[in-house]
Design a protein around this ligand. Sequence first.
Ligand code: SAM
Length: 215
Amino acid sequence: MTEEEYSQERKRMVVEQIASRGLRDPRLLAVMEAVPRHRFVPLDHLNWAYADGPLPIGFGQTISQPYIVAFMTDALHLIGSERVLEVGTGSGYQAAILGQLAAEVHTIEFIPELSAQAEKVLQELGFTNIHIHSGDGSLGWLEAAPYDSILVAAAAPRLPQPLMDQLAEGGRIILPVGSRGFQQLEIWERRGKKFKHEASIPVAFVPLRGEHGWR
Ligand code: SAM
């Protein structure tokens, strides 16, 4: 497929999978239309790069469904000045979307091989505001804290305390919480010492590992 054909596929993805489900922020839709998802997908799945679902990326992990990437990004209410933490770099696609809508992104991946591959693609695409780290993201990434927004792209048994501690005043966290098989997205917001949270849509993410994940 040519780049022009991929670009047409992306336009269709945005209209049919994202805008049609109620996400209408023009900045978000423009970024979803611009970032080449096919660059983050393994070669043997290229034909499905713009399909309406997650895809395997090796090591038993997945690149999330485009709609879920858009939904989680939208829930952070980014205006462009934020420092964002992502837990679960995976392919690097979600980080690329965040990198277009925030000032600075720190993303952590548990599996070093995935981290290295994501770094390579993000470098090739010219991202300079995305910092990739290898390690246990259930502990957050203290070196660059506090964060205005935190997005966890793996299913947690509960919101990890270190992530609450590393969230800035007024900041938002979105993460899937529930069992290993099924979860709900939860959106947390910090107001001084207090946190309020609401449950959102049902999802099925791969498990969060590490100290505050599933053992
Ligand atoms: N955001 C990714 C993307 O755009 O491709 C998809 C993430 S995938 C659904 C979940 C990722 O979280 C996997 O790559 C997995 O290895 C990673 N992960 C699981 N537990 C982790 C942890 N404690 N710290 C960092 N990454 C973790």
